[in-house]
Design a protein around this ligand. Structure first.
Ligand SMILES: [Zn+2]
Length: 260
């Protein structure tokens, strides 16, 4: 038996009475857990019923070196209630969850990464109620990329070193970060992704570097500009991971739906 501090990331029905959970363990990262009989109305011996984005302490039975395990006990530390009533916040955390899955699902995370990502999740979830949904999601994405060692460099253009640009910025994975519009289009090159304006680049810098708690007063830019920011991040993730992260498109859809 093993005891893990964990965040429940995904919950699916496994049978009428059992659940299949994906959790992030503070010790080993992404783990699939079967919760047999958790949805029985009587005789659920596993403890609290788990839901997505709960922070919990779990006891599991796990074979050596396996990332699949059987749940023995689930004790809630902090339920993810703020996300159950706000679809943008839920979509934002689902985007962070899917990005984490794209990076670590199927591989044990090293101890430092597991610990860092766990702390990022707990901090985001703790502030979720007071935070703008989009800011929450972008803050999570930037911290997960940082923990994975693939965060973009944002302070200055890596080519010409300027910190302000009238012609906007492009998130270029070939250059390793935010490149000014002039450098991105010099010698007839076409930019690698959508152009984001000076203000948006500023939002991205702040969200990536400020403490999560300090981000609570920040409001998201307009829907059209958010769409550009998400598209730029999607291009970045595709470039650095050579895989398409569908989560960014999904949040775009959620956003559209919430405005109807
Ligand atoms: Zn430049």
């Amino acid at each position: 038996m093993e005891r893990h501090k964990a965040v429940v990331l995904r919950r699916q029905m496994f049978s009428n009475t059992s659940l299949e959970l994906s959790v992030w363990s503070r010790r080993i990262g992404w783990m699939e857990v079967t919760a047999r009989g958790m949805m029985r109305s009587k005789n659920n011996r596993l403890g609290d019923v788990a839901d997505e984005f709960d922070v919990s302490e779990i006891v599991v039975y796990r074979k050596a070196n396996s990332l699949y395990s059987i749940l023995v006990e689930h004790n809630l530390i902090a339920p993810g209630t703020a996300l159950r009533v706000d679809w943008v916040k839920y979509g934002a955390m689902a985007m962070v969850r899917d990005l984490i899955g794209d990076i670590w699902r199927g591989y044990p995370a090293d101890e430092d990464d597991a610990w860092r990502v766990y702390n990022v999740l707990v901090e985001l979830l703790g502030a979720a109620e007071r935070m703008d949904g989009i800011i929450l999601g972008v803050a999570g994405v930037m911290r997960v990329l940082d923990a994975a060692g693939v965060a973009p460099q944002l302070e200055q253009c890596p080519v010409c070193a300027r910190t302000a640009s009238h012609n906007g910025w492009i998130l270029s994975w070939k250059e390793g970060g935010l490149v000014c519009g002039d450098c991105a289009t010099s010698r007839g090159r076409s930019p690698e992704g959508p152009i984001i304006d000076q203000g948006l680049a500023g939002v991205l810098r702040r969200v990536a570097t400020m403490r999560i708690e300090a981000l609570t007063p920040l409001r998201a830019p307009s829907a059209a500009r958010v769409a550009k920011l998400l598209a730029a991040l999607a291009v970045w993730c595709q470039g650095v991971m050579d895989a398409r992260t569908r989560a960014f498109e999904w949040l775009g859809t959620v956003l559209e739906g919430s405005r109807r």
